[in-house]
Unconditional design. Structure first.
Length: 309
């Protein structure tokens, strides 16, 4: 199946009250794990790459591997830039064949965010590419993103509609209490569904995106720590909260930390149990399989996007 944009995906998700999984990919094993899971579950999926992933692996390598994966699948797949920091990286990805890009202008003042987003939208739309923007600031650390709790801010529902109208963006990432990284909550998990409800109402059901939405799966966290890791007290977004968000109008849910955690835990376990191994295919193959299992679980129990192609 050829690459698609997220436009039709999001329309179907909104009607069906489910969300599409957007999984960050950095290498061949992650790409294979994600596409294998989506194919088995007959679920649309978004493969997304951050500027750091592009710097690490190279845009040509990532695109080529993703296209091979897509050629061997029959599910709708969009290739998306996650957290584009400026116009140049967005243009690079658009020109390389991405079908969707995110321009994250949330670190800028409101009017500057509008101007930057509008510039990206104009170029992207001229090439048939859709644009995700962000309004509000998520706390946490992920790649080059580092926002303290004090600097985080919820999305203002009253600004959301104006922002969409002035920029022409195709979807909007909002801040309602999720955060980047493995440490999302110090106490009881809480998302501001009241803010989400107002945003959806004021924007008349505009496609809403949730970043920082990994569950930080306890089973994988325990595995990682049991085999030499040191990640105490990490806590993510409970599945029931993500399901509720999808039912309320969130059409795209980003997951990066869960991918990293599954891969790291699997490799730690394999190496601890096979002290004589020098075959990278052994532990990378195990990691790929665990990522596939994890994504299948997400599609079924967190997103509700199985059998939706």
């Amino acid at each position: 199946m050829p690459l698609v944009t997220t436009k039709e995906m999001f329309e179907k998700a909104k009607e069906g009250k489910y969300a599409i999984g957007a999984f960050n990919v950095n290498n061949m094993e992650i790409i294979q794990g994600v596409i294998n899971a989506a194919t088995k579950e007959q679920s649309p999926v978004i493969m997304q790459m951050s500027p750091s992933a592009i710097k690490y692996a190279g845009i040509d390598y990532l695109m080529s591997m993703t296209k091979v994966a897509i050629d061997n699948s029959n599910v709708p797949v969009a290739i998306h830039l996650d957290h584009g920091t400026d116009f140049d990286i967005c243009k690079q990805c658009i020109d390389a064949g991405f079908t969707s890009v995110m321009i994250d202008g949330s670190k800028h003042e409101y009017n500057e965010n509008i101007e930057l987003t509008k510039k990206v939208v104009e170029y992207a739309h001229s090439k048939g590419v859709v644009v995700e923007a962000e309004l509000g600031k998520l706390a946490g650390i992920e790649d080059d993103i580092n926002v303290s709790e004090g600097d985080a801010s919820f999305t203002d529902p009253d600004q959301a509609l104006e922002f969409i109208q002035k920029t022409g963006c195709d979807s909007l990432a909002v801040a309602i209490g999720t955060s980047h990284g493995a440490y999302k909550f110090k106490g009881t998990p809480n998302l501001r569904f009241d803010i989400l409800e107002k945003i959806v109402e004021k924007t008349n059901g505009f496609p809403i995106v949730l970043h920082g939405a990994s569950s930080v799966i306890p089973e994988y966290l325990q595995m990682c720590n049991e085999y030499g890791g040191n990640i105490p007290g990490a806590q993510g977004i409970p599945n029931d909260m993500l399901l509720k968000a999808g039912q309320m109008g969130v059409v795209k849910v980003n997951m990066d930390t869960d991918i990293r955690l599954a891969m790291t835990a699997s490799i730690r376990k394999f190496l601890a149990e096979h002290l004589d191994t020098v075959d990278v295919r052994g532990y990378l193959g195990e990691a790929r399989d665990l990522i596939e299992q994890m994504v299948i679980n997400k599609i079924r129990n967190t997103l509700g996007s199985n059998n939706k192609i």
